[in-house]
Design a protein around this ligand. Sequence first.
Ligand code: NDP
Ligand code: MG
Length: 416
Amino acid sequence: MTHSRIRSPEGAPSGYITSLSVADDGRPRRLAVLGATGSIGVSALRVAAEHPDRYVVVALAGATNVALLAEQAAAFRPRALAVLDAARAKALRALLPAGYAPDILTGPEGYAAMAGAADVDVVVSAIVGAAGLGPTLAAVAAGKVVALANKESLVLAGDLIRETAAATGAVILPVDSEHNALFQALGGPGLPDLPLVEKLVLTASGGPFRRKPREELDRATPAMALDHPTWSMGPKISVDSATLMNKGLEVIEACRLYGLPVAMVDVVVHPQSIVHSLAQLHDGSLLAHLGPADMRVAIAYCLGYPARLPLSVSRVDLVTLGSLTFEAPREADFPCLGLARRALEAGPSHTVVLNAANEAAVALFLAGRLPFMGIPLAIAAALDAHAGQPVPDAATIMDLDARVRRETAAWAEVRA
Ligand code: NDP
Ligand code: MG
């Protein structure tokens, strides 16, 4: 597989998704799946397993779940595996079938090496949180096709990723269902004809608390927050979905993917999660993508592009569904959406602060050390305390990320 990237027309806003051609030379695509043991990783491997003639899994990375990684490794026999540390590497080795001895890499350097390895065509970037930035940047620096689930990378380092991709020819295909939907609705990965696009409309399920009165949100428990009505996802993004921070991160993701100002990206709540997003054009048309609430559709689109391979997901039965409904998000009760817009407008270091405070606050909430409505308070406190700073490289970004996490933990301690 080869790919080449054609620059956006002179003067066009600099989104990453410029015209793109991915030539299919008939060879199976060699995949590296990072975050293989998570919700997206498992779905990606199900897609790969459905088309063994088209995909070869050459590398798999997990972090702590060595039992699942060992099972996946036994099924796909990749030449390289990666886990969080040496102790887990040892535990993993002991679980592998006799006669199969892959390289086992460890830690951030191991993940980055895997993402940039010469024998990889497509990197599925599906590590959760800021830990996904290093491997995503390594894949972009190596000029890979990147099926990007780790939206936090774009929130932390949008400029850096765009500049690096422009230099290396890396191609970023969004796995996130809303952005993938826009990508499909706008006719593939060519730069949307921006003068025709009035705005992008991201749909949100509304999460488990869509209809909960404000007073009940104060008493929301982790179990309630994790009980998502339409999507099955990992714990961090499930909580983000309950606070609407997930949609806030996705507004930032959309602005950075398409090079658009925040005023051109709207959010509408659509509880059925069938319309995955829409683009409104200057003649009033709305171009939408509809499909089942199953991430394999978006993943398969990225892995197969430009081919659309058959997929054994459930089909949407419109008559059974009956109606599709839309409503405005309750922004006053779910302040995270507004906080994300505020950070985006304030500057690139503010989105690093937003993301770090959110990750720290979500972890505290899941550990029972912060109430649900403490999450937006923690993020607002972190943004209030931040004056802005240059964030020219990954090391500066990760230093700021670590500092804000410490400060958020200290803030929560004082508050408790
Ligand atoms: P999960 O929590 O299900 O999985 C996270 C994965 O990341 C696991 O493989 C985990 O390994 C690994 N991991 C965790 N910490 C580290 C670390 N420090 N270093 C390396 N690997 C690590 O998350 P999801 O699959 O739900 O989400 C993954 C990403 O995709 C997120 O960025 C999310 O926002 C995005 N996304 C997810 C969607 C979904 O439907 N789930 C939809 C759209 C976007 P282990 O379990 O072995 O410890
Ligand atoms: Mg999404």
